[in-house]
Every structure is written in C-alpha cells, then in structure tokens.
Ligand binder design. Structure first.
Ligand SMILES: O=C(O)CC1=CCC(=O)O1
Length: 251
C-alpha cells in the first residue's frame, strides 16, 4: 500500500525526501519548506495511520524503508537526498544501509540508532490501543518542546489526529529497531542534528550516530527539544541546507 505523499519545488531539481516523526504528518517540515523548494524537488510522505496514509498493523522499520523505496521507484527517482526526524530519521538510516545506491546524502534530525528499551514502546502501543491518543498527547509537549514554547498546538493536533492503530504499529517498529551494529555501512555523506534539550533522543544518541557513520558531522541546536526544526527552525534549516548544498546539488 502506498504512503500518502506530495511533491513541492521544481520538477527538474535534485530530489530531497523528508521523513516525519512518530505522531506528526508531512507538515512537520513546513518550517523548512520555503528554504528548500527554490533549489530542490521536495518529496514528503506520511507514516501509516498518520496524516493521509491509511493505518496498518505489523510493520517494521525495514517495511517502512521498503515503502519509501517503492515511492521512489513509482516516480522513477534514482538516487535522492533524505532527511528525517526521529522515526523518519530511522527510516533514512535503514534506507542508507539497505539501498546505499539510492541515498546520496543523509540528514538525521533528533533520531537514534536505537530508541531505548523495546518494552517501553510496546507499552506505549498497548496504551494507545486501549485508551486512544489522549494520554500520549497529554505528555507530548514535554518531549517535543522546551517549557513555554508558544507554537506547540498545531503539532499536538497532528498527534491527536493520528490513528491509534497506526501509531501503535509505528511504536512496534521502533521497538524492533536497532541499527547500532550497522552504522559503519552508511556510505552517504551524513549530518546528524540534535536538540540540546531533547529528552526523547538526547544528544548522546546523536553522538552514537555521528561516531558510527563514517565521516558524519554533528550539530547540536541549543534551546530545542525533540522537534528542533519547529522550535529552532532557522538553525535546523541552515544546517540542513548547508549539508545539502555541499553534498546534493547546488542549493
Ligand atoms: O513522541 C515521542 O515520544 C518522540 C519520538 C520518538 C520516536 C519518534 O519518532 O518520536
């Protein structure tokens, strides 16, 4: 089943795929879009059960990576640049090791090679199946943003609008994900971006990625939690476009 997706930017420009995080839609990347669409063709997608993609059960990170690859195939796209936030970043790292000829440049935002103990993700999956999105949405602001950030509401609304089964399936994909032993296989030039105050994927997780991926750079954004690209759009956009300019087209 195809993931809901959309293209923006010139048809003949180099392609950048943007992957969203658990509980958000492709609009997570809205703050970065204006800086990208002048020079790159941007492909954004929704995770299963998020935004416009139908929910599914029993998915793995490998499945999600395969679905993104299927999107590229369907649109006749060869090698692309890929940037992803959190779960979307894990999809990108998986693609980079499974299909190195298709990922020409990689940006990993607020993500990890392993998102903590699998049990926590299975418990979260059980919670949303039992009680819906309410309890998870009630605590998300504290993970996604630093205290008092005024722009949280549209992103929390994305989470509340997520299909519980789709969200649970993505939690289970996170539970089964551990790429720590394969980071050395990434061939794409990579930049890792972390929020200095991210409680979900703290800078130590970014350091593991940056140490493990050959030649990777690391940027830690001050004053940002998990959704650093929303809370500090300028810093994340600059890091992203700087990396793309030097590795993927002219910018
Ligand atoms: O909402 C969270 O708990 C943070 C998060 C972990 C993986 C992801 O994509 O978001």
């Amino acid at each position: 089943m195809s993931l809901h997706h959309r293209f923006d930017g010139p048809r003949d420009a180099p392609v950048v795929v943007l992957g969203p995080s658990l509980g958000t839609t492709l609009d997570l990347w809205a703050p970065q879009l204006p800086a990208l669409t002048g020079s790159w063709r941007v492909l954004r997608y929704d995770l299963p059960g998020h935004g416009g993609s139908p929910a599914r059960s029993g998915i793995t990170m490998e499945d999600l990576a395969a679905e993104v690859l299927a999107l590229l195939d369907r649109h006749g796209l060869g090698a692309v640049a890929y940037a992803g936030v959190s779960l979307g970043g894990a999809v990108g790292t998986t693609l980079a090791v499974n299909a190195p000829d298709r990922i020409g440049s990689l940006v990993l935002c607020c993500t990890s090679a392993r998102f903590g103990p699998p049990g926590g993700w299975r418990e979260r999956a059980a919670l949303v199946r039992r009680e819906g999105m309410g309890p998870v949405a009630g605590t998300a602001a504290g993970r996604w943003f630093t205290p008092g950030f005024p722009g949280a509401e549209p992103y929390l609304a994305m989470l509340r609008g997520t299909d519980p089964e789709g969200y649970a399936a993505c939690c289970e994909a996170l539970a089964g994900f551990d790429l720590r032993g394969r980071l050395g296989e990434v061939r794409a030039p990579a930049l890792v971006i972390a929020g200095a105050d991210d409680p979900a994927t703290p800078p130590e997780h970014a350091e593991v990625l940056a140490r493990g991926i050959p030649g990777a750079g690391l940027v830690v954004v001050p004053g940002a939690a998990h959704l650093a690209g929303v809370e500090r759009p300028g810093a994340v956009t600059d890091a992203l476009t700087g990396h793309l300019r030097s590795t993927w087209g002219t910018g």
